[in-house]
Design a protein around this ligand. Sequence first.
Ligand code: ZN
Length: 295
Amino acid sequence: MDKKAKVNLLSRGILIGILITLVLNLIKDSVVEVYPVLSENQKICVPIIMYHQVKNYGYGKDVISPYEFESDLVYLKENNYTTITMNDLIDYVYNDKQLPKNPIVLSFDDGHLSIYKYVYPLLKEYDMKIVLSVIGKGIDDFTKVHDENMAYSHVTWDQIKEMKESGHIEVQNHSYNLHTCNNGRIGCLQKRNESLEDYQLLLSDDLEKCQNQIVINTGSVPNTFAYPYGETSENCDSVVRQLGFKATLSCRYGVNIIEKNPEKLYGLKRICRAHNEYVGKLIKEGMETLKYSSE
Ligand SMILES: [Zn+2]
């Protein structure tokens, strides 16, 4: 081979090398990068999906069909996600408990009857877990009246007990009777003109009442508080912490980076799973927000 041919071959090689690098970079940029476990610094990426009801009508932001929920579970199974509880997450932060690869939390708020009728059987079938944050008064009321109407009924304490004992449902606190927008108060927020002392007393009484009912009926002490409507404030948060809650669930959008820092367990973000959404797409979009996160 003469010198000119050698130079031609070399420059062709360099050109091909540059082209391959360019194509690889393009592919890399177009793929959503997912980091389920950032093991080098013990940071873990945990999506929390927010659900409310699963039933056969009234679909919308808070209501999806049993078929849709089942399709979520199938997606999670096929993509090697493992559903974890808030206890698992808290134990990871406080007690060095190992978490599975691709951990995810399925959180349900309120405690409607549809959870017992449609969600619970699917959890047993697919061997998955949810975190159910209940409104204490809703369960007390429907335990008394025995009114099983899918439109408005909540689960009873017997149903809660059965679901909790199955190991598929973790019960957490969503207030006793503050899931309302009555008399100038939205959820757990302090009313205008309400003294801090009155507010703190009212909030701690309410949350403790829910705690007591859950302890009496399930034998477990909730360690997580889900803010009604996601509404909170500094004063509210300080009461929640004083009562011993180790984590709080907000309605802020996003995916959480959890590290061995208890602070990271407060105000956890969630992804709302509304009707006609695809859980795989929601998780990927949520993961994408981490690219722009300063955490
Ligand atoms: Zn709620």
